[in-house]
Design a protein around this ligand. Structure first.
Ligand code: PRT
Ligand code: ZN
Length: 284
């Protein structure tokens, strides 16, 4: 028996999804237009699909789990469980207006036409703001709608902002933030649930590793207590004697989030020769 996972075949989530499985130690052949692959070292069968179809496949049980953007689920909710945010495929659904639009606030969209592929999410957002705009649903190339006279504004996914910029548009409101998430069929049998738990354990290890760094530094022995207090580590820092008397090397794990603040405090406390390495796996 195998766990079946649905991934985007090509597009913005495809690479991140495959890379996540590989970092979990799961190898598979990625032969061009293949729609299906068997993992070589985990009981996993992989389906490569269009992203929009993934929630349906998972809800119907054709696939047990899948990776998809939160924006897709928000627009078209399906009977699936969201298990874990995956930290890639980050983007935001934003409203943008032509540079010539004299924008004062959301109320300006009253009676204006907004082109989008996300009529559901946008409609909910505007009604929460008490604005009645004319939402014009289009399937793609939303960014050209204002220049061809189809709409006054657009609501589309943005990551770097360069698509908006090169189409003379300016981002004015964020409707939602999104990233890739792992979803599952809510009625998995116990065998598949057990496989999913094994996979989730690995995914969490990969995620924790990417959010933490391994740090090594040299310090005078009389600073061990002060520096250890700054570096909690997984248990407590490792302290190793250096060949030079009176000096030690201190090793620990720190979160990427407060990395620079920690480094500043370490330097103030007398740390020297600070090295920071990335971590491949982290099992708590
Ligand atoms: O063929 P298939 O249906 O599978 O793919 P698709 O074309 O429908 O989807 P795809 O690959 O464009 O996006 C898949 C998912 O990636 C989305 O549902 C989001 O969750 C996520 N994602 C992350 C993005 C972006 N970043 C993104 N920048 N999806 C789309 N874009 C598009 C955006 O629509 C716009 O056209 O990229 C352009 C803007 O990018 P910037 O960098 O210029 O701002
Ligand atoms: Zn799609």
């Amino acid at each position: 028996m195998k766990l079946k996972i649905a991934l985007q075949r090509s597009g913005k989530l495809a690479e991140g999804s495959k890379e996540l499985l590989r970092k979990c130690g799961i190898g598979f052949s990625n032969g061009g237009d293949k729609l299906r692959a068997e993992a070589s070292d985990f009981p996993l069968e992989i389906f490569f699909l269009r992203d929009d179809d993934i929630p349906d496949y998972v809800a119907d049980g054709v696939a047990d789990i899948g990776i998809v953007g939160e924006n897709i689920l928000a627009e078209d909710p399906k009977e699936v469980e969201t298990l874990e945010k995956l930290g890639f495929g980050r983007c935001r659904l934003s409203i943008a207006v032509p540079k010539t639009f004299d924008y004062g606030g959301v109320a300006d969209f009253g009676d204006k036409r907004i082109a989008t592929s996300y009529p559901g999410v946008l409609g909910k957002y505007l009604s929460q703001q008490g604005v009645a705009a004319d939402i014009h649903e289009i399937g793609g190339s939303v960014e050209i709608a204002p220049s061809i006279g189809l709409a006054d504004a657009v609501c589309d996914l943005v990551s770097s902002g360069s698509t908006l910029f090169s189409n003379g548009l300016r981002e004015v409101e964020t409707v939602m933030e999104s990233e890739a998430v792992l979803i599952a069929n809510p009625r998995l049998d116990p065998n598949r649930s057990a496989l999913l738990e094994r996979l989730l354990f690995r995914i969490r290890g990969v995620r924790a590793a990417s959010q933490n760094k391994y740090i090594l530094l040299n310090a005078p022995s009389d600073k061990i207590a002060e520096i250890s207090a700054i570096l909690p580590g997984m248990k407590s820092p490792t302290v190793v004697q250096l060949a030079e008397p009176g000096w030690v090397s201190i090793h620990s794990v720190i979160s990427e989030h407060d990395f620079w603040e920690v480094v500043d405090s370490l330097k103030r406390a007398g740390a020297e020769g600070i090295l920071v390495l990335s971590i491949d796996q982290m099992i708590r």
